[in-house]
Design a protein around this ligand. Structure first.
Ligand code: ADP
Ligand code: ADP
Length: 232
């Protein structure tokens, strides 16, 4: 496991008079073994930050360090390898493959990497996320909450060093969401992994070790040991 750092990240979409600066010099450390929630108004740059951290988007300026590796200096091919082997990503829209079963979707990162599954790890994730009786179903046969849990399981499988999650509890009821967050938090503490999660929910954020607040593409505050009241 390894720390992740954003250093002076700038990301501009478009050019000229219609350009939008989604990130404007964002520097944040995400130490190994910490769970960080990123909050902020709609359009403040949260998704762009997650995409840059996960190597899915390239900043115009600044660096993203995962351990000793600067993601912004890698070729596309190297970046694909780093994403595959070291980063788990939970997309807001889940991005499950419709023709694959839940089990096949969960195991996809291992298949792409040519890695064998660890049965104990797979069984623990499936049990913790309550997916045991849905493994043979395709995404269209699953509820939104179940699809979201499959997406989270896929991000956790193979013990990636960095887990990046965009609203991972948005489709879940309160109790299921809290079970998931407690699981993420324990995964972080036990294995020294690093989790960065975007959320709008103060209760979800209170499961994190720290909240980073974004406003207009800049870090406008941080809060350690957040409580729901403090986040509000
Ligand atoms: P958040 O996740 O906080 O809602 P985003 O990172 O999605 O914020 O967006 C930050 C800003 O960048 C917004 O003004 C948004 O409209 C703009 N933006 C995001 N993605 C794109 C894109 N692909 N093309 C153009 N503008 C974008
Ligand atoms: P969750 O809390 O996980 O989102 P729901 O309460 O939405 O679950 O769904 C309850 C049950 O209804 C689920 O076990 C699921 O099998 C079924 N279900 C929900 N939505 C769909 C759907 N779009 N297609 C098929 N089955 C569904």
């Amino acid at each position: 496991a390894m720390a992740c750092r954003a250093v002076g990240l700038t990301r501009t979409y478009g050019t000229g008079s219609t350009a939008v600066r989604a990130l404007d010099g964002v520097s944040v450390d995400f130490p190994r073994g910490t769970f960080t929630a990123v909050m902020g108004p709609s359009g403040s740059g949260k998704s762009t930050l997650l995409h840059c951290l996960a190597g899915l988007d390239t900043p115009d300026a600044g660096r993203v360090l995962l351990g000793d590796t600067d993601l912004t200096g890698l070729s596309d091919r190297q970046l694909t390898e780093v994403r595959r082997d070291r980063i788990g990503f939970v997309f807001q829209s889940f991005n499950l493959l419709p023709t694959l079963t839940a089990e096949q979707n969960i195991l996809l990162p291992l298949d792409l990497a040519g890695r064998r599954r660890d049965d104990a790890e797979f069984d623990a994730i499936v049990a913790e996320l309550g997916l045991g009786d849905r493994l043979g179903h395709r995404p269209a046969e699953l509820s939104g909450g179940q699809q979201q849990r499959v997406a989270v399981a896929r991000a956790l499988i193979g013990r990636p060093a960095l887990i990046v999650a965009d609203e991972p509890t948005g489709a879940l009821d309160t109790r299921t969401g809290q079970t998931l967050l407690a699981f993420l938090r324990s995964a972080v503490r036990e294995s020294g992994r690093t989790v960065v999660m975007v959320t709008h929910d103060p209760v979800a954020a209170s499961f994190a070790d720290r909240v980073v607040l974004l406003t207009d593409g800049r870090v406008s505050g941080t809060l350690d040991d957040p409580t729901p009241d403090a986040v509000l």
